[in-house]
Design a protein around this ligand. Sequence first.
Ligand SMILES: Nc1ncnc2c1ncn2[C@@H]1O[C@H](COP(=O)(O)OP(=O)(O)OP(=O)(O)O)[C@@H](O)[C@H]1O
Length: 591
Amino acid sequence: MSVPEHLQASGPAQEPVSAGKGRSVLRRLVADPMAAGCLAFVTVVAVLGLSSPWLAPYGPNFTELSAVNAPPFSPGHFLGADASGRDILSRLMWGTRQTLLACLLLLAVSSVLGVVGGLVAGFYRGRVEAAADWVSDVIMTMPAVLLLFALYARTGPNIAVAMIVYGLLVAPSYFRLVRSVVVGVRNELYIDAATVVGLSDLRIVGRHVLWAVRAPVVIHSSFVLAGGIGVEAGVSFLGLGDPATPSWGSVLQTSFSSIYTSKAAVAWPALLISLSILALVLLGNALRDVLQTSAHRTAPSPRRLREMIREAREGVEPSASAVPAPDTVLSIQGLRIGYPDGDREIREVVHGIDLEVRRGEIHGLVGESGSGKSQIAFATLGILPGEAIVLGGRVLLDGEDLLASDDRMRRARGRRIAYIPQEPMSNLDPCFTIGAQLIHGLRAVKEISKEGARRELLALLARVGIKDPERVLRQYPHEISGGMAQRVLICGAVASDPDVIVADEPTTALDVTVQAEVLELLRELRDERGLAMILVTHNLGVVADLCDTVSVMRDGHIVERSDVDSLFEDPAVDYTMELLTSARRVEIAEV
Ligand SMILES: Nc1ncnc2c1ncn2[C@@H]1O[C@H](COP(=O)(O)OP(=O)(O)OP(=O)(O)O)[C@@H](O)[C@H]1O
């Protein structure tokens, strides 16, 4: 048994989802008509079943000889009666208790064993994990049906014991799921921080780790419950259940044995079992969607989102389409970006900015944290987060609006616009060698043989200052330094011969000497290749050193745009002056 498909998407390193409060999860769940319907169905079935002593027309084993094989809608027998003259509706109602009990037993045993095992194995790893893994593998190899038959030989018809044993067999699915989530969470820095603060393992697991596994476990449980109904029906159908106590499976079995005389009798338990399984599966899917959306925000419905976008666009004049200067390669005109603020409104974070970059120009984008620099870089590359909404504007590459067509953006990205990220290490895949990644990337954007790509990359790696390119191509990311990784990424970015490079704080993660070398390399590449570059940075020293022109951003606006010399000599706005003064203060403090 492997981790079920419905949970694989929520892999180990996922956010601790579902942080929303219980009430809001329920409210969001019932806002989905399908989930509300399923929840109502499951609740009604459970309540009717549990109230059978008061609501059921007859006792579970009450027989009426005159009603043998009575068809549905007979007087006194709404769903008909079975071959022994027992009322099918009453037996299904009474049987709900047994089925529910069987499912809860299965759920309790499998979840307790699996979750506790997964938590311990994922948290402590090492031998504990190896041993738990071994036990889980052994359990998974056990043939469930044979085991149930063997059990029957020893204990006789006992559905409770059968479900406990089945719970043991299902436990590895919880174990694997929880273990993989815990392994991901265990490496998070906030767990290290909790350890350093002095929290005990138990408190760390209870406070931080359990929170992360809560959502996947809840979702998985709805599928286990659905599976439990099927298992109980199967076990009873095989005759391994208690014939004296009705359950949905045993009602199905008795109806099935007289299928030739009363076909309709089979339909009711089969329908109830199928609909209940369907409702629980659909409920599980809806729960997954609710828990995996943003933890604290109420995601707007598609209709509300459309309204919010219309409201945000209303009253804002679309910016006039300006013709870019002749040597302009990238022109951003009237770009507006926003994010849904719950289901109330779109919060605009970039307010209609204009920006032009000419061939061979390095344009710095500076400003305080949160001013919108990265949003502009991401919009230019078409990699804004899924929830971002472009409310207006254009990103023109040689006059073609990339925002107007996803296909145009896809063709430009990586070929004509390349990206140099801030964190070189986290942008390289640890599973592949540098060579495999660079060659794959280059061949994805250029028609070239593997050998040709390799030769080109060797030359380019040497050009960006890698001493032994042959060896680096064979190495994995963890075997090279941060500075080398950034050179590798610069090599990857320029390999497709782009017109524009968007560099998002390319030197922030590097030490000072490597920073200077990387900046020098970028300048040389610009001179050699006539690259246009947008350089996002906090560092005014980098701007002074490398950029030709600069835009200063604040609160999603460009408050000043000028050439670098003018900016430093004679800033036009107070905010730029403040930025320069604080940068100087930091420099003095560092000296
Ligand atoms: N996924 C998101 N959902 C909601 N708001 C977001 C999201 N990403 C960014 N924002 C908001 O957009 C604004 C601009 O963020 P952005 O990351 O562009 O700032 P920045 O200038 O690049 O900051 P920094 O220099 O710290 O990276 C911020 O107010 C931020 O809160």
